[in-house]
Design a binder for this molecule. Structure first.
Ligand code: TTP
Ligand code: MG
Length: 397
């Protein structure tokens, strides 16, 4: 299979993190609260903890997850507010709609924080710097809130960058600045270093990332296993993790209940092909690809089983979905009557997710499948049918 790699641009990752998110929304919506210490979390006489607090409250040492009673001890005149999740969730979706104007590759980490891979948006918008500036300005103008933004060649650095000048920060880490930026930071700032790992490193007199670089990879893997190798690379600003769009929850599926229970494996497989074709068509229509295929089989006694398989590539081709679904069906070795069959795909991503690994033969296949979709849309479902589907077309609901 020939691999066409036409996507050699350097990665450009933006990390956006809203400032004092819940508290800033409350201050925005109630001008009396502006400039004051505000703690969001509930009744300070109760047993709850702070979700967050305004930057004015942080001067008193109040932090997220601190018991509210302790927060009140530190700042008796702070305003304590309950958590209004529906309100914050609404702002979060407005924020996401802004992100979506610049890239489909968005990985949300929480309501107020996301990675954006804008590597392939640059042609359209000029530069990652221009995109991040625009996003920050729109958050200010349209949401009346401030965000801190980081731009870097990878996720690890972009997150550190957005955190470096909070609140209202804007930090770019260029290739040649990476090591200077990292060296003075404490080891805890490295992704994966929790209190236990930090303690072990302190015992070796390793406090900063500069100190950590003194240890070679084999020494680190000896001490920490797989994490050790991660530490070695992150200390040098190397992080190959992709921005993973959060589409796990979404899926596309089709299922059909037969007028009469079926046992003939060939008939079942033909129906599976029909279902796979419809799922592939929906994926192409929504400009998506999928990585996981699931089949569902309900037997005559209503017992239902599902089987899933994740591929190591994304696809929206009927033939790929069918091949996997068919393999899963065969593995079930069905001997009893079946009343329902379904095919679903999960782990969805924008269709250009794997452009760099796109094989030319598959590009042709996709073009063909898309042509079939267009003809079906124009002239009706029955206008083109793979010969194999004709046999069981009447069993479809
Ligand atoms: P963060 O981004 O960690 O905090 P923040 O936005 O309030 O402040 P900043 O980023 O400027 O440091 O978390 C986002 C929201 O998530 C926060 O507003 C409240 C909620 N949250 C909790 O409910 N509990 C927690 O322990 C944390 C850390 C956050
Ligand atoms: Mg935040």
């Amino acid at each position: 299979m020939s691999i066409v790699n036409n996507n050699q641009r350097k990665p450009q990752i933006i990390h956006v993190d809203m400032d004092a998110f819940y508290a800033s929304i409350e201050q925005r919506d109630n001008p009396d609260l502006r400039g004051k210490p505000v703690v969001v979390g509930g009744d300070p006489n109760g047993r709850g903890v702070a979700s967050t607090c305004s930057y004015e409250a942080r001067k008193y040492g109040i932090r997220s997850a601190m018991p509210l009673a302790e927060a009140k001890r530190r700042c008796p005149h702070a305003v304590f507010l309950p958590v209004d999740m529906p309100k914050y969730a609404k702002v979060s979706s407005q924020l996401h709609r802004i992100f979506e104007d610049y890239t489909p590759i968005i990985e949300p980490l929480s309501l107020d924080e996301a990675f954006l891979d804008v590597t392939h948006s640059i042609r359209l918008f000029g530069s990652a710097f221009a995109i991040a500036t625009r996003i920050k300005d729109r958050i200010k103008q349209e949401l009346n809130l401030t965000a801190s933004v980081g731009i870097a060649p990878n996720k690890f650095l972009a997150k550190l960058a957005s955190d470096a000048k909070k609140p209202d920060g804007f930090v770019v880490i260029r290739e040649e600045e990476i090591q200077n930026f990292l060296d003075p930071l404490p080891v805890e700032r490295i992704w994966g270093v929790g209190p236990k790992t930090a303690e072990k490193l302190y015992a070796l007199q390793i406090k900063t990332i500069r100190d950590l670089k003194e240890l070679d990879e084999s020494k680190l893997t000896g001490l920490f296993g797989v994490l050790g190798s991660q530490l070695y690379y992150l200390a040098r600003g190397i992080d190959h993790r992709n921005v993973e769009p959060d589409r796990e929850a979404k899926s596309i599926g089709r299922e059909t209940t037969f007028p009469d229970d079926l046992t003939d494996p060939e008939v079942l497989e033909t129906i599976l092909l029909n279902l796979s074709t419809e799922v592939g068509r929906r994926l192409r229509k929504e400009s998506l690809k999928a990585r996981t295929v699931t089949i569902k089989v309900r037997f005559a006694d209503f017992k239902t089983v599902t089987r899933s398989k994740s591929l190591d590539y994304y696809t929206n081709l009927d033939k790929d979905i069918f091949a996997e679904a068919s393999r899963l069906l065969q593995e079930l070795r069905i001997h009893r009557p079946v009343r329902l069959l379904g095919v679903t795909v999960h782990n969805l991503a924008p269709k250009d997710i794997d452009q760099s690994l796109f094989a030319s033969t598959d590009q042709e296949q996709e073009k063909l499948s898309r042509t079939v979709d267009i003809i079906k849309e124009r002239f009706g479902e029955k206008s083109i049918t793979l010969a194999r589907l004709l046999k069981t077309d009447s069993t479809q609901q």
